[in-house]
Ligand binder design. Structure first.
Ligand SMILES: Cc1cc2nc3c(=O)[nH]c(=O)nc-3n(C[C@H](O)[C@H](O)[C@H](O)COP(=O)(O)OP(=O)(O)OC[C@H]3O[C@@H](n4cnc5c(N)ncnc54)[C@H](O)[C@@H]3O)c2cc1C
Length: 379
């Protein structure tokens, strides 16, 4: 790969213990911007061919299909997005409610509770902790080392006599290195602050309620994005349904959560809200779905809910790279994040498409990326 002695440092005693372990891990290509769609498509192909890409390893990928159900306001953007997806070679089918009802794709869904659908048959979900472990073990097999249980406090310029450009100061001692990649998720801010780099990122709580499905609604089923009720429904395995929010306000505003001390459960009000949404969209769930449990994870939100992928050279730190602010949709893009960062580190550039749009300076320069849907900007 052209990198000498790569080392993965994680503060946790085991890998994939961060937000990745809480992810619903949907893998879809339905995005509003061409660059994210392209990244999602290439990443999807990686998930689909995971065993060939990383022989002997799995991401636990399950192909379910995705129904993006629009409200009236989202019909125009949905048509534009679907046309853009098709132009990139994605199988995206626009369907009216009666067409969906007649198709048998998801008979449990009340199609008339929506204005229009985009159906993406190739979407699905992966097993997030397994995916992260597979990537890590493949890296170790190629010579990478892993240092667990070491929290990095700051990154200092190394003494000029040493081989490395930087010293990563951790609770387990300092590590000298030429390059550093910060992929520190919701814990990123203190590290950036210690370098005097402004990272405009907020941390918000993202609750997920888990329901048991009735006997009429078992098995592998399409995931549903429900714009009228700002919710998503992910049939997991054969019996469960994970329900979360697509509400923009929930992700972009509200109080900042402390990643080391926040409410990791789901409140009664949140459960009631989710129950109402799911009952309106999937009536069988209202009649016979059963609440099982809930949990809350965290999103690392940037002001435009798009990731920051950059080298911090413009901030005085050449050789320090970051992939942070993934804003609640970073799991599916991980294969492309890896390809981009390894190219930036080893070749100083990434030539396949323009990733400069993800630069950190875009916030102060007012070059924010925009989704087409008002209801949710992570699409
Ligand atoms: C409930 C929920 C549902 C989601 N659903 C989806 C989805 O359907 N599809 C999708 O694409 N995305 C989804 N996401 C988002 C996705 O899961 C995240 O964007 C992604 O997993 C983040 O990966 P990460 O590696 O950046 O962060 P993390 O998985 O949190 O990893 C960061 C790691 O850095 C370590 N670390 C942090 N700071 C330090 C430090 N100072 N020193 C040493 N180690 C440190 C942590 O211990 C951790 O292991 C969801 C997120 C949540 C919470």
């Amino acid at each position: 790969m052209g990198v000498k002695d790569p080392l993965l440092i994680d503060k946790a005693p085991q890998l994939a213990a961060g937000q990745t372990s809480r992810s619903t891990a949907l893998v879809r290509t339905h995005y509003s911007t061409e660059v994210l769609t392209r990244m999602a498509l290439l990443s999807y192909r990686f998930f689909k061919d995971f065993r060939r890409e990383l022989p002997g390893r799995t991401a636990g990928y399950v192909e379910t299909g995705l129904l993006v159900g629009a409200d009236e306001a989202s019909v125009g953007p949905l048509l534009q997005n679907s046309a853009m997806h098709k132009s990139l070679g994605i199988d995206s089918r626009v369907m009216k409610p009666d067409e969906l009802a007649a198709s048998g794709i998801e008979p449990m869904l009340d199609a008339n509770a929506f204005s229009l659908f985009a159906y993406e048959p190739n979407a699905g979900y992966a097993e997030p902790s397994t995916t992260a472990s597979s990537f890590a073990s493949a890296a170790v097999a190629l010579g990478a080392k892993v240092l667990k249980g070491a929290r990095a406090h700051k990154i200092e310029r190394a003494p000029s006599s040493s081989a490395g450009g930087y010293s990563v100061v951790t609770t387990e001692g300092s590590v000298l290195c030429k390059n550093v990649v910060l992929a520190t998720g919701v814990w990123s801010r203190p590290l950036f602050a210690a370098m005097n780099v402004d990272l405009p990122m907020r941390v918000s709580r993202h609750p997920v309620a888990i329901f048991g499905r009735p006997s009429s609604y078992l098995g592998t089923r399409p995931v549903v994005f429900d714009f009228p009720r700002s919710a998503y429904y992910k049939p997991e395995g054969s019996e469960l349904l994970f329900v979360g929010s697509l509400a923009h306000e929930l992700d972009a505003s509200g109080p900042d959560a402390d990643p080391d001390a926040y409410d990791e459960g789901v409140t009664y009000e949140e459960t009631i809200d989710f129950s109402r949404s799911v009952a309106a969209a999937l009536p069988a769930m209202g009649a016979a779905g059963t609440y099982r449990q809930g949990y809350a994870g965290l999103y690392d939100n940037t002001p435009d809910l798009h990731p920051v992928i950059d080298e911090l050279s413009g901030h005085g730190y050449p050789g320090i790279y970051c992939v942070v602010g993934l804003s609640g949709h970073g799991f599916k893009l991980a294969p492309e994040f890896g390809r981009i960062i390894s190219s930036l580190v080893t070749q100083g550039r990434f030539a396949d498409y323009d990733v400069s749009v993800f630069g950190l300076r875009r916030f102060e320069e007012g070059r924010l990326l925009e989704g087409r849907y008002g209801v949710s900007t992570i699409l």
